[in-house]
Design a protein around this ligand. Structure first.
Ligand code: ZN
Length: 689
């Protein structure tokens, strides 16, 4: 993909304000079968809940996934069981207690609109509806749209609407009506998924007019992204005609889904970037670090979103323990993000006191630490080029996070001069411009680590000159084994160890130092030939192909270690990666040694003349389908070695507030020791400019 350019407009507008640091997303999707919508809403207790929880911004519902509006609309349909302007009352209450109101408005899923206008619904190529959450095991095959009393409806079962239909005009009119009725601080639009290609009659007709074959996935996706971008632009322009300072966000545009949103940069239509994530059930706690570093480098204000509930959206009566909420919130601040927790407002409109007491405990802590996170920029001498392949990127990210090796996202860098080393994940596709920049970086002494297929971005000549590698092809085996050579020892495995998928076949050329060899299996496991239960054992003679090659400061891993680590989590692969990394990356700004669930995040707050190092520790425990944060084991005497470009004047431990002494060892290495912490703490390194 093309390299992405930084968008400094956000910084220029100086929107880094702490006033949105503690947000709530007040989910409110109400069936028409439920009576007395909002009749228990009480402005006094609504305000009291928000104040008690130290909330300073909130997303309030104008229109929900059932297509009902919660204000007196003339364009759409007011919920049939709502008798007053609930949205208006909520906005008014927010203003009275200085909580910034933002309007939530659904777009992609709108149940009753889809029912009333089948011609606006998005369609698969066979003409069927594009449906989220469709599970053939749970929905009778003869009635895929069944909502009958006997049919079990899977969770998150919603039809998608198509923006390339008159539906867009309805949205436009409704949003204009909202702009005329309410003065709010922002709009939050939901459900934008460009990767779900629509074959409705409007899309097929327009695709044909443009000479695009609807079956051409990539061309179809470009068309769909253009439709979505135009829709977003029109809404943003409309809102800014009425409310020039309002933030506008389209949810889905920052999520990874097949990398489509990033390929088409739909996030550029947002004025601020919200990173929706439910780490307990959406794949764990290692997604925010890479997402936050990417968007902070792009120059945006970011908000990390999670939920107060145990699993996912729509879980009424689900609770996380307040300790877990507090830890999640600390993690958001640690990675430079504002916080947003999702809550489910009961259909009767009454706020849940208990929920706000618990969120209040988390936000009380956030209030103490937010100045040391929001407005910070990630800083590291190690750059990762993000590929936007979720598995490849996150596998690499996990290996770095688990070794407490801090890193930055390099995609916005002009010439990589801020880095000592750059890592290219296996699924990365680079433009010629980026390849040229990397070659220059190598020439001026930069270290480059190339994982697996990332090598194929370089010409054969560059593979030979920079990496001393001759690429032969892909392996014909279903696995292989690696054995490390002396330079990488001490290493905890001296025998050949298994790679669940094989290496690229490469030969080391002159000038290469072979750090590890590949051993092949006798044969691949097939129906006609197999050995024992799993993969076939290795032959005793090493193959002619190398597993790990170093030429000066360039390293090539023949295996997709990032993908292997994401899928299999073998410590042997992670340690191989770290040993190789350490051999060429020798000047990290900070070095911390914590257990593998420990996380570090280093931020620079230039205007405050300080660096902030956040330390986090609480291992998520997998229970059923949920990753639970519960155990907060005290870590003691955590040593932090540091090497900042500026002279450090004072080191302060937060939230304790105490000053910590700096020590210098015989090799002139500076360090500080954190006596103890539980869950989270941060170190403030103030410098003299
Ligand atoms: Zn369509």
């Amino acid at each position: 993909m093309e390299e992405v350019q930084p968008l400094p407009f956000f910084l220029a507008k100086d929107l880094f304000i702490v006033a949105l640091s503690r947000q709530i997303h007040l989910d409110f999707h109400c069936s028409e079968l439920i009576k007395d919508i909002g009749n228990q809403f009480d402005a006094k207790s609504f305000k009291a809940c928000l104040k008690k929880a130290k909330v300073n911004a909130i997303n309030l519902f104008a229109k929900c996934h059932h297509s009902w509006s919660y204000y007196p609309t003339k364009v759409g349909n007011v919920h049939p069981n709502l008798s007053f302007d609930l949205l208006g009352k909520q906005i008014e209450a927010c203003r009275e207690v200085d909580v910034a109101p933002h309007i939530y408005f659904t777009v992609g899923w709108s149940s009753n609109d889809a029912k009333a206008h089948p011609e606006w619904s998005a369609r698969n190529s066979d003409g069927s509806y594009i449906i989220n959450g469709n599970d053939p095991k749970l929905v009778a095959p003869e009635s895929p749209d069944s909502t009958s009393a006997s049919g079990i409806l899977p969770h998150f079962y919603w039809k998608f609407l198509c923006l390339n239909s008159p539906y867009h005009h309805l949205i436009y009119e409704q949003v204009e009506e909202l702009c005329q009725l309410y003065k709010v601080d922002g709009f939050w639009f939901d459900i934008y998924q460009v990767h779900r290609l629509c074959f409705c009659k409007h899309c097929i007709s327009d695709l044909r007019k443009q000479g695009v074959n609807p079956e051409d996935k990539s061309a179809h996706e470009i068309f769909q992204a253009a439709v979505m971008r135009e829709h977003c632009k029109e809404l943003r322009d409309l809102i800014h005609r009425y409310l020039p300072d309002a933030s506008v966000f389209f949810n889905g545009t920052t999520s990874l889904e097949e990398g489509s949103n990033f390929r088409h940069k739909l996030y550029e239509e947002n004025t601020t970037q919200d990173l929706e994530d439910l780490p307990t059930t959406w794949g764990g706690y290692d997604k925010l670090p890479m997402q936050s570093k990417f968007f902070l480098n792009a120059g945006y204000q970011i908000t990390a979103m999670s939920g107060k509930f145990h699993t996912e959206w729509g879980e009424f009566g689900g609770f996380k323990h307040p300790d877990a909420l507090r830890f999640e919130a600390a993690g958001m601040i640690a990675f430079g993000a504002q916080c947003n927790f999702g809550d489910q407002l009961h259909p009767d409109g009454k706020m849940d006191q208990c929920t706000y007491e618990q969120i209040g405990k988390a936000y009380d802590y956030v209030e103490k630490i937010e100045d040391y996170g929001i407005g910070g920029k990630p800083v590291s001498r190690l750059g990762v080029w993000r590929s936007f392949d979720e598995v490849s990127d996150e596998g690499l990210c996990k290996m770095l996070l688990e070794g407490q090796v801090d890193f930055d996202i390099a995609n916005f860098s002009e010439d990589f001069s801020e880095y000592s080393a750059i890592i290219l994940p296996s699924e990365v596709k680079l433009t010629e411009v980026v390849v040229a920049k990397i070659k220059t970086f190598i020439e001026v002494g930069g270290a480059v680590l190339v994982i697996g297929k990332a090598l194929l971005n370089f010409s054969q000549a560059t593979q030979a000159s920079s990496f001393a590698v001759n690429y032969i092809g892909s392996s014909s085996h279903d696995c292989d084994y690696t054995k490390v050579r002396t330079p990488l020892k001490p290493f905890f495995v001296n025998s050949p160890f298994l790679n669940y998928t094989p290496a690229l076949k490469v030969q080391a050329l002159e000038g290469a130092e072979i750090l590890a060899d590949t051993y092949e299996p006798y044969f691949s496991r097939r129906v006609e030939h197999f050995c024992s239960h799993q993969k076939t054992p290795f032959k005793r003679e090493k193959s002619d192909n190398s597993a790990l090659i170093r030429k000066q400061k360039c390293i090539f891993f023949a295996h997709s270690l990032d993908v292997l680590y994401y899928k299999h989590g073998a410590r042997v692969h992670r340690e191989l990666f770290h040993n190789a990394l350490k051999s060429v990356y020798k000047d990290p700004i900070v070095q911390v040694n914590m257990p593998s669930s420990g996380r570090v995040s280093l931020l620079h707050q230039e205007s405050e003349k300080r660096y902030v190092l956040h330390l986090l520790y609480s291992p998520p425990i997998q229970r059923g389908r949920v990753a639970v944060i519960e155990d907060f084991i005290e870590l003691v005497n955590v040593e932090v070695k540091f090497n900042f470009p500026e002279k450090i004047k004072v080191i302060q431990l937060i939230p304790d507030g105490c000053e910590l002494p700096l020590s210098i060892d015989s090799e002139n290495c500076t360090s500080v020791q954190v006596p103890k912490f539980k869950g989270h703490c941060l170190l403030v390194f103030s410098y003299v400019s």
